[in-house]
Design a protein around this ligand. Structure first.
Ligand code: CP3
Length: 353
């Protein structure tokens, strides 16, 4: 008789993974690697399952979220999964009129530019994200010991879409509001910080092992304005998960001048794009933060030999940091050859173990 004997499949704890350890500045068996936008159009299996499903609908369908999030983990052997969703999902969940247009990005039905517009923005209740919690729980079963990174858009980057009404090169309406009506700007970002914080907390409570706050477009600001108009709000969003056991990564593009201030907002890891080398970034942030980055996504289109040399150079420069998570300086470009990504993962692992 075998009754009474419980066979349990035990997985390593994602909290002991190289990714979480590097984020905390603890020794790792090798340098962990994942890629922003690793789930997406570079993968034929992604294009297949997304064929007839609008982006925001895909993000709210747990079985699809689980499948798409798993695709790059299976294919590339990366050290973390990034939750398949979008920075505007919590806005849509709260009832904001927003859609994602393919090849364009988020488009907002009614741009937010006045005190009345801000007052009319809804708040987000965690109960409106039950599908997100369900997706995270499904993923934890699938992932075993591989950590899941939850994420949210930071208040500034979310505000830029709401104020501009869609993607924008110069952020002129955003800056006009920030400098022209600072009280309205602060009220908007305070609301967005609560929405981001709720989105992060739902993912962390459901089992994400780390979180990343994306402030993709904040490199448009100088340091003094970052400190005045952005950092306090990002700090509120990051503080929403401060009592949970999840390291926090904080990333933006073109943020060389802001790296230390982004760490001080309440991060364990500062994301670096390809414009600043990791040894210089380590000097800028000091020894209290790990770094993530920083291969130029366009270099994945270069021949292997210079690409390999660049990966090795980044690994060497990353040694200057408290801990290093290998990544791109921004997301995978849609026409990237996925086999090159797999090869980079293998190289990062073999060169760092
Ligand atoms: O692997 C992953 O990173 C997947 C999860 C993810 C997506 N968006 C999926 C997505 C994450 C973390 C995001 C965050 C996001 N969304 C950011 C911050 C990261 C960054 O890139 O700076 C921003 C600024 C957005 C807003 C947004 N959503 C943009 C600019 C776009 C691209 C528009 C396009 O088609 O070129 C989107 C859409 C989007 N988000 C896609 C994916 C896979 C493409 C939609 C599709 O496949 O139809």
């Amino acid at each position: 008789m075998t009754t009474g004997r419980i066979r349990r499949v035990t997985h390593p704890d994602p909290r002991d993974s190289d990714l979480v350890r590097a984020a905390r500045g603890l020794p790792t068996s090798r340098t962990p690697v994942w890629f922003m936008r690793q789930a997406g159009r570079s993968l034929p299996e992604y294009r297949e399952v997304r064929a007839d499903v609008p982006m925001l609908q895909a993000c709210r369908t747990p079985e699809l979220v689980c499948e798409i999030t798993m695709q790059p983990v299976r294919r590339h052997g990366v050290d973390a999964a990034i939750f398949f969703s979008d920075i505007v999902v919590p806005l849509a969940a709260a009832g904001v009129g927003v859609e994602i247009k393919a090849g364009v990005g988020p488009v907002v039905a009614h741009p937010v530019r006045t005190a009345a517009d801000v007052a009319a923005l809804p708040e987000l209740d965690a109960s409106q994200l039950d599908d997100v919690a369900q997706s995270v729980r499904l993923l934890n079963v699938e992932l075993g010991g591989t950590p899941l990174i939850g994420f949210a858009g930071a208040p500034f980057t979310l505000a830029s879409y709401l104020v501009e009404g869609g993607p924008s090169k110069n952020l002129e309406h955003t800056k006009a509001l920030m400098y022209g009506a600072p009280g309205v700007w602060d009220a908007l970002c305070a609301k967005l910080a609560r929405i981001s914080g709720t989105f992060l907390r739902v993912q962390a409570e459901a089992g994400a092992s780390a979180i990343q706050l994306f402030d993709s477009w904040v490199g448009a600001l100088p340091l003094t304005d970052y400190r005045r108009f952005v950092q306090p709000h990002s700090a509120v969003a990051l503080a929403a998960v401060a009592d949970l056991d999840v390291p926090r990564i904080h990333f933006g593009v073109g943020t060389g001048e802001l790296l230390a201030a982004m760490g001080e907002a309440g991060a364990d890891v500062v994301g670096v794009d390809y414009r600043v080398s990791l040894d210089e970034a380590a000097r800028r942030v000091g020894s209290s933060y790990s770094l993530q980055g920083n291969l130029d996504p366009a270099l994945l289109f270069a021949p292997w030999e210079p690409l390999e040399a660049k990966v090795r150079e980044i690994l060497a420069a990353g040694k200057a940091a408290r801990g290093h998570i290998f990544n791109l300086g921004h997301g995978v470009l849609p026409s990237t050859d996925p086999d090159v990504l797999t090869r980079v993962v293998e190289l990062v692992h073999s060169a760092s173990s």
